[in-house]
Design a binder for this molecule. Sequence first.
Ligand SMILES: Cc1cc2nc3c(=O)[nH]c(=O)nc-3n(C[C@H](O)[C@H](O)[C@H](O)COP(=O)(O)OP(=O)(O)OC[C@H]3O[C@@H](n4cnc5c(N)ncnc54)[C@H](O)[C@@H]3O)c2cc1C
Length: 233
Amino acid sequence: LERTVVILGNGFVEFQDQMGDDQCVADAARVSKLGESKGEESDRKLIHYLMKHGHSTPFEQVELKFRIKCPLFVRSQIMRHRTFSYNEMSRRYTSENIDFYIPEYFRKQAETNKQSSLEDSKIEYIIDDIPLMPPQPVKEFVKKIAEDACYNYYLMLDNGVSREQARMVLPINMNTMFIMKGNLKNWFHFLGLRTREDAQWETRQVAIAVENFIMDSVPCCYEAWALYRKDKE
Ligand SMILES: Cc1cc2nc3c(=O)[nH]c(=O)nc-3n(C[C@H](O)[C@H](O)[C@H](O)COP(=O)(O)OP(=O)(O)OC[C@H]3O[C@@H](n4cnc5c(N)ncnc54)[C@H](O)[C@@H]3O)c2cc1C
């Protein structure tokens, strides 16, 4: 796998670091009996046993770290997961490299689930009731809002307004970047919640990218989790 996967047009998920692997989970479980590994197949069986019966602490021995670039509204959902360590870029420090997530198309509001959108639906145009204003493609409409916000932001900075206040005019589709580190048990919990169909599509793209890296880096733990726990997180 490449270490970086592009998501949401100009965002990314970058696999940065890992401590521990499948073997280390099995070793951690065996320490209670001072046992030693009897080979890959017995480690695999042990990992499946641990996962199936909810013996979760050995999975905490593996740590994984990612760098994520995504819009602010996705970041807010991700950072509700309190068991991770985060460090994020700060718009108090820098006014550089501002860019925005502009989706290819916009989804309609779901009627039954008040939080969700209809994934196969598309809103094509914004129609305003200003006389003579033609319908505008939604993507262009949102792009213009972001460009105007950016212009006004720099105008405020040019007039001496502090970065920490001027940033309030920037919309929440602005991208941010942060590092997120946590143990495998908590990553699995995060994946269970954020790859589900009721999670917001944009946030799901981050989770799916993380899931693909985890699938590759701890294949046996991932296999056991997908089998026994994924639907129960
Ligand atoms: C589809 C979806 C919709 C959501 N909608 C909303 C919403 O409308 N409004 C909203 O506010 N949030 C919403 N959330 C966020 C949700 O309530 C959780 O904050 C988020 O999913 C993090 O889950 P968590 O607390 O289990 O994870 P983490 O914070 O990573 O915690 C992992 C586990 O550690 C334990 N834990 C951590 N901290 C504590 C604590 N202080 N006390 C006790 N146990 C703790 C719990 O067992 C927890 O499950 C939504 C989440 C999803 C997936």
